[in-house]
Design a protein around this ligand. Structure first.
Ligand SMILES: Cc1ncc(COP(=O)(O)O)c(C=O)c1O
Length: 369
């Protein structure tokens, strides 16, 4: 337990709620949850599922109809054919990370982990006795992967589009990763459908890597379903069997009515998702422009996901604390994502344009003092 980390965004949210309970106003730019309603056809499908009796345990690895649909959908997006028997449905993307790392990481294993990166990667690898080997990004080049920092290791965790930077991994990056000869690659693609005019490249499209990839994806971000707790991993069958065994030991199965709603998400209209991405793009432009206008700040333009990760020209921990306590702007210190984030702060723009503009005004006012 001493080695297990956390996700600071949840702690910031708790403190922000305390301040609100004291009557303070807070602009919430800390948590990575789209602020849109879940599309209505998905909510309707869940209601119908409840009426039809999807209120009991289901198969441990997921509803067979959903697993088949996931394999077809995820394969279509990436231009490959995927095996439904490699799909395991779990309560969110986090259990995909947790279960697969539990199955794969042995004491002393070196694992490539992005720095900065989603904090749960390093947390779980270290809890399991693995050794984190950081790979870095070039902020001045839109947070492109710094290939010079790639190292040979047992396994690697990668995330594209990337939280917290909004950068993406290109075909060339994946070729460089493939050349490392890693035994396994966990590819976290939860933001793969939130992109601004660029193409998603998944390592599943590289035949040389196919049998070593674990794809991690979820319904959380694309369909604004963070509270439904539903995600999936797509992996080689022997690993899928082990992950299913872990799921039996831990959660038994993902919620059965959520899984029926997920079928409606995969099969239903795309208009709400497209509208969400258009809205995120407008907000991105507002926040990036606003942050770059603040003296001492430098913000690369995110290509995907919904986070801005400016270099703030000072200690990010102290600034994030002051922003919340003194200005009522909730954000996450860059160091929460790894040592390379020390002089950064992460702002989630999964908030209304009005909230973003008010937050920018408060930041300017605080720093003008
Ligand atoms: C990169 C990344 N992976 C996984 C997750 C977890 O997603 P879920 O809520 O589906 O567990 C998040 C959530 O913020 C994330 O940013």
């Amino acid at each position: 337990m001493g080695r297990l980390g956390t996700e600071t965004a949840f702690q910031v949210l708790a403190r922000a709620r305390e301040l609100e309970a004291q009557g303070r106003s807070v602009c919430h730019l800390e948590i990575g949850a789209p602020d849109f309603a879940t599309p209505p056809h998905i909510v309707e499908a869940a209601k119908e599922a409840l009426d039809q009796g999807y209120t009991k345990y289901g198969p441990a690895n997921g509803d067979p109809e959903l697993r088949k649909e996931i394999a077809a959908y995820a394969g279509r997006l990436r231009g490959v054919t995927l095996d439904p028997d490699g799909v395991v449905v779990v309560p969110g993307a986090k259990p995909v990370l947790f279960f697969t790392l539990m199955a794969l990481v042995e004491e002393g294993d070196e694992v490539l982990v992005p720095d900065p990166g989603f904090p749960i990667y390093a947390s779980v690898v270290e809890m399991l006795g693995g050794k984190v080997v950081p790979c870095r990004f070039d902020e001045r080049n839109g947070f492109a992967l710094d290939r010079a920092t790639l190292r040979r290791a047992k396994g690697g965790i990668f995330n594209t589009p990337h939280n917290p930077t909004g950068g993406i991994l290109t075909r060339g990056d994946w070729d460089a990763i493939a050349a490392l000869g890693l035994e396994w690659i966990l590819s976290d693609e939860v933001y793969s459908e939130i992109l601004y005019g660029v193409e998603h490249f998944s390592p599943l499209a590289l035949p040389s890597l196919r049998d070593r990839i674990i794809l991690c994806d979820a319904f959380s971000k694309t369909w604004s379903m963070t509270g439904w707790r539903l995600g999936y991993g797509i992996m080689p069958r022997p690993l899928a069997e082990q992950v299913t065994r872990l799921q039996i030991n831990c959660t038994s199965c993902a919620a059965t009515f959520s899984q029926r709603a997920a079928l409606a998400a995969l099969r239903g209209p795309r208009c709400e998702v497209e509208e969400m991405v258009r809205t995120f793009r407008r907000r991105r432009d507002v926040i990036v422009q606003g942050l770059n206008a603040i003296p001492g700040f430098r913000c690369a333009e995110p290509k995907g996901a919904f986070y801005a990760f400016p270099h703030v020209g000072r200690d990010g921990d102290a600034l994030a604390r002051r922003l919340l306590e003194e200005a009522g702007v909730a954000c996450v210190a860059g160091s929460s994502f790894g040592p390379a984030g020390k002089e950064h702060v992460r702002f989630s723009y999964a908030a209304s344009e009005e909230t973003i503009r008010e937050a920018l005004r408060r930041i300017r006012a605080l720093l003008a003092v």
